[in-house]
Design a protein around this ligand. Sequence first.
Ligand code: NAD
Ligand code: MG
Length: 402
Amino acid sequence: MTDAAVRRVTVLGSTGSIGQSTLDVIARHPERYRVHALTAHRSREALLAQCLTHGPAVAVLDDEQDAAWLRRELAAAGLETEVAAGAEALCDVARDSAADTVMAAIVGGAGLLPSLAAARAGKRVLLANKEALVMSGALFMDAVARSGATLLPIDSEHNAIYQCLPAEHRGGLSRHGVSQLLLTASGGPFRHLGHEALERVTPEQACTHPNWSMGRKISVDSATLMNKGLELIEACWLFDAEPGQVQVVVHPQSIVHSMAAYDDGSVIAQMGNPDMRTPIAYGLAWPERIDAGVRSLDLFQVARLDFERPDETRFPCLRLARQAMLAGGTAPAVLNAANEVAVDAFLNRRLGFAAIGRVVEDVLDGQAVAAAESLEAIIDADRRARAAAVRQLQRHAGVRQA
Ligand code: NAD
Ligand code: MG
């Protein structure tokens, strides 16, 4: 491969679970990829270690003092990495013309502006940050269309569906003979727990996922099924689907990563071991295929694949997400913001697990839906919903774990 063909990759949120997996895949293919920029929120030691390994041109942290520390450490190690700080610097690296590929792997609404900046700049955007799309779906897809960005979903389910759909699938699923998207869900660690037991689960239990190793926020979302709700919304935007065209299927083995059902009765599934390096490698190399370091699937070892209907009474977040998507406008941004506040409170032992859904429901009920026509409208809805969620926390503090 010539030097001109080497892809220059920026990894937003490089110290996280997806960020680390991305760097793992990149390191397997030094002839194909070079790291342009790495970013982290506060984990400066982890970012330093990544800079020493990958030698990026730019590194970004949130805080100016952390950035000054990193600058000194990198200079002492003889690296010429430029170090910047703050939210604006994140958007600058996301749109930097020196990179052609951006992995958007910041968690939560904090990823919205940088992910959107990469989309507006026409990058190959590897989208892991589902919250950005949930908040700003119409705006985000419009930015991609206008700039000519290549949007490749990294969320394993959406990456699977992308692989199962025809290459050209915009303009409504029915135009392409697709009747339904089947979005698989592991069901999370509490799939079998009853209502009362769900009241008492701890952050440690919620963060121990049976099949996937992930960041703390998405682990809690997987346990409440809000993750599947966010993914339902994400699927609607990515694939021009109506909420009614997306069926959630609980599949505890996490081997079938999702499916597309066609008018002729065919159902195409994408399978593999649950390892995010597969969708990441797909996004990096698309339309080619490269080694991701993932062991091949042994169906004899898997032996069986189970499928169940999700229980929306024990896991109301899935229903709330569907309702928010049907309500449209800023409702998904409100859902997301309330959920982020509630999950953070749960992780900090200020809210019980089952109260996460109650907080989200009350915030959704209390906020008027506005048109999501501008970034300002979305950010305003997000801000109001966060404030409303904080007020709800006191009401719902109820059952807490020790
Ligand atoms: P994580 O918590 O492990 O990592 C988050 C990264 O974002 C870290 O590098 C952190 O420093 C950075 N970050 C956090 N807050 C920030 C802020 N305010 N400003 C700037 N940077 C900030 O999360 P993760 O599990 O890697 O998930 C990242 C995203 O990918 C999420 O949106 C998640 O839903 C999505 N995703 C993750 C997985 C997975 O397997 N982990 C699978 C599918 C989708
Ligand atoms: Mg997923």
